[in-house]
Design a protein. Structure first.
Length: 334
């Protein structure tokens, strides 16, 4: 089976999975013990006002009819109207999602850039100080709570080095192209805005990345050690191949597929776990928007955030599955 056929087979079930996510979000939004009419009108509304609001929100219809209307609105890009901001949820998410994508992407890049070399060093220099460092970083990264790390970074690093502790940028943002300030500032050629955006994102991205960094380092180390014990590695050494060639051309290459899978899973997890970090740093992303929606019982906004997180997680993991097949051709024939 060639790579394109494999990719097509993996992408074909995607619409069905996304439909399942949509059904799950709809069910959850309707079993939550909260009345959106009460949230929208308050406790002083009359029964007539409540009934009129229920009809306006479509809550007077049966659940199957509400679901069909929900699907129809989704196909038109309509996620409903926030009961708190009174703006379309799609508009609010359009402002918040790019901020979260940028934060999560920087965090996962940091986790990969640091985690993979740590794992490789731990496997190459097993039971020596690089290996001990790799183990300590993995243990600390898994153990520390992200919100606590975020507060500690604000109290220590931000105070000592003058890093900003809230927001995405100082001054006006660059002209919007992608909504990612780091990318948009480079497109505009504004190095000052790029530097400001980088200083704002560095600490929250580091706090968010620790768990993924630890997991990537641990998986890379274990897979490298597994490859190191195989017969073909011993044969390569017996043939006189240099240690660097064996490490990077054979061991790392064969350990890479599992590491890529863990990275993809970590990306989706980071996006969903960014709530506390975004709240601590005042990052105007999906997490902070979701927290405010939960605190205010804003069901349309909660459903919108949940749907976006579910869709991103499913799409990212599908793409990682396809990428896995390109990295390791054996998967396509399994």
């Amino acid at each position: 089976m060639n790579a394109k056929t494999f990719a097509l087979r993996r992408l074909l079930p995607l619409p069905v999975v996304l439909l399942g996510v949509t059904v799950l979000v709809f069910v959850i939004s309707h079993v939550v013990p909260s009345d959106p009419v009460a949230v929208a009108l308050g406790d002083q509304a009359t029964p007539e006002q409540r009934q009129a609001m229920r009809e306006a929100l479509g809550l007077d219809a049966s659940l199957p009819v509400q679901f069909l209307r929900y699907l129809g609105d989704l196909f038109q890009g309509d996620l409903g109207t926030s009961l708190v901001t009174k703006r379309p949820v799609a508009f609010d998410l359009g402002q918040a999602v790019p901020a979260s994508i940028e934060l999560t992407t920087v965090a996962i890049l940091f986790a990969v850039v640091v985690g993979v070399p740590l794992g490789v060093a731990g496997a190459v220099f097993v039971n020596r100080w690089p290996d001990y460092l790799s183990r300590v970083v993995a243990l600390v990264g898994v153990s520390l709570e992200r919100a606590w790390v975020a507060v500690l970074l604000q109290l220590v690093i931000a105070t000592a080095l003058g890093f900003p502790i809230i927001g995405r940028i100082s001054g006006p943002p660059p002209p919007k192209v992608t909504g990612l300030y780091l990318v948009d500032s480079l497109v505009a050629g504004d190095l000052g805005a790029f530097g400001s955006a980088w200083r704002h994102i560095a600490l929250p991205a580091f706090a968010l990345s620790l768990g993924a960094l630890a997991q990537i380092a641990r998986v890379a180390r274990s897979r490298m050690l597994e490859e190191r014990s195989k017969e073909y590695i011993r044969a390569n050494r017996a043939q006189g191949l240099r240690g660097r060639v064996i490490t990077f051309k054979y061991m790392l290459r064969n350990a890479l597929p599992v590491t890529v899978t863990v990275t993809g899973l970590s990306y989706g997890a980071l996006l969903g776990n960014a709530f506390l970090v975004e709240t601590v740093f005042g990052w105007p992303g999906l997490g902070q928007y979701g927290v405010q929606a939960i605190l205010n019982n804003d069901l349309p906004a909660i459903a919108g955030v949940t749907l976006v997180l579910g869709v991103v997680f499913v799409v990212v993991n599908t793409l990682v599955d396809v990428l896995y097949a390109y990295i390791d051709p054996r998967v396509r024939f399994s």
